[in-house]
Design a binder for this molecule. Structure first.
Ligand code: PMT
Length: 412
């Protein structure tokens, strides 16, 4: 069983949709929701009709602090967060308990209630925690259905063996909430970058004009911090070089705070080329100011009678290009924030900046890109173009890190 102390914070920023189907074990779902929230997850709950016979939506709403989805055809609930939006929101759906009935419906690809529809529309992994009478568990139809789900890469947690509510003894008891929470943590944990050092830039830079003013942009740092979290979870020693943000440093990540592009360049050069440990992967997700004022006024610039003022700017160093411009450079990943001709512009950055991969994002859309929780990107190498559809930055980051880990094994 997972030690609650060592698991603390393991699910920070993870969005987990707990699905509850009808079964006596539904009372344990309340404890599962609490455990996941304690571990830092943002939890929402969807219940089948049968589940509501065993535990009320109100209990789950009180525990999760969020409205509970119970009905596909409820216009009010759909207006608040529609089922497609909720399916996209989730980084993981875990159905606990998963009855023989919902397992059968999932195996058939049914979409006949809120929970099965969410599962059909998801873009994230799905896990089930089966719970049923031991005879139902051993029934060949149930076992066939489970085999179908396994073929579709649906994860299975448990069941355990033991005494059942009906008096039988055997397989079919839902795993305890703490064990399920540990399984969820494990699911998010990959070790594909074990032994690697990854340096990531994040956030905006600020270029001073005078002691009280600067030039910057709308980057929140969310994409870069999510990448750092994913790299650390993949086992890499992760150094985050961050411009000013309001974000907390993810667990097991070393953060170096900088302000300007010059400071960011210096920190990157130190971490990539001057450090005792060589850097294997460099990811530039920061939105670095391309220009800075030529002179920084020593005193606050005073308003004058003139209607206009001129600010003379000079080009900042290109950090990612400076790192890439050496024969001993690490694997180089840049981002391309584009408002038009996204693919063409990103492809030209791949060549011009001598990168191995470019992650293109269309920042003309307000719901993705700068300062949003979600993103949609295209990963471009010189041989392939891979679309990653809209989802949370945490999930996009995990996909990028997976892609990079696979790319690395193929390259070397
Ligand atoms: O921080 P968030 O709010 O989560 O938003 C995420 C993001 C939109 C900032 C991020 O996903 C992103 O696209 N980052 C790159 C933004 C950018 O500056 O793109 P660019 O096309 O201007 O630059 C191309 C690449 O060169 C980037 O990897 C950039 O980090 C790098 N660069 C740019 C200029 C410079 N002087 N030095 C650099 O290293």
């Amino acid at each position: 069983m997972g030690n609650p102390c060592t698991m603390a914070g393991k699910l920070t920023n993870r969005r987990i949709l707990v699905g509850i189907s009808g079964g006596i074990a539904a009372y344990k779902s309340a404890e599962l929701v609490r455990r996941l929230i304690d571990l830092g997850a943002d939890v929402r709950v969807a219940m089948t009709k049968a589940a509501q016979e065993f535990i009320t939506p109100l209990t789950l709403q009180a525990l999760s602090g969020k409205p509970v989805s119970t009905d596909l055809l409820n216009t009010e609930a759909e207006a608040a967060m529609g089922h497609i939006e909720l399916a996209r929101w989730a980084d993981l759906i875990v159905i606990a308990p998963a009855s023989a009935d919902i397992i059968s419906r999932l195996a058939k690809g049914a979409g006949d209630d809120i929970l099965t529809t969410l599962c059909l529309a998801r873009r994230c992994p799905l896990a089930i925690a089966p719970a049923m009478n031991q005879a139902m568990w051993h029934n060949s139809s149930t076992q066939d259905n489970l085999a179908t789900l396994q073929k579709h890469n649906i994860h299975q947690f448990g069941p355990d063996k033991g005494g059942q509510a009906c008096g039988d003894i055997g397989f079919g008891r839902m795993s305890e909430p703490n064990e399920l929470a540990q399984e969820v943590c494990q699911l998010f944990k990959t070790r594909t970058l074990e032994g690697k050092k990854v340096v990531i830039t994040a956030g905006p830079t600020r270029e001073a004009i005078d002691p009280v003013r600067y030039i910057s942009n709308y980057s929140s740092g969310k994409m870069g911090y999510a990448l750092a979290q994913a790299a650390a979870e993949a086992g890499a020693r992760t150094i985050l070089i961050s411009g000013p943000t309001n974000l907390a440093t993810p667990e097991h990540v070393e953060c170096i705070s900088v302000v300007s592009a010059d400071e960011m360049l210096e920190a990157c050069m130190n971490q990539v080329y001057e450090s005792h440990t060589p850097c294997d992967i460099f990811i530039a997700s920061a939105a670095v100011a391309d220009y800075r004022p030529v002179d920084i006024a020593q005193q606050k610039i005073k308003k004058t009678d003139q209607d206009t003022m001129m600010l003379k700017m000079i080009k900042n160093p290109d950090i990612v290009a400076s790192i890439a411009n050496r024969t001993d450079s690490p694997l180089m990943i840049g981002f391309a924030a584009e408002t038009q001709n996204v693919l063409e512009n990103a492809q030209s950055k791949l060549l011009k900046k001598q990168l191995d991969l470019v992650v293109a994002n269309d920042v003309s859309k307000t719901n993705i890109g700068f300062n949003s929780d979600d993103n949609a990107v295209t990963i471009i190498t010189k041989d392939a173009v891979t679309e990653v559809p809209e989802k949370s930055k945490v999930q996009i980051a995990a996909d990028i890190i997976d892609y990079v880990a696979t790319y690395l094994t193929k390259k070397y």
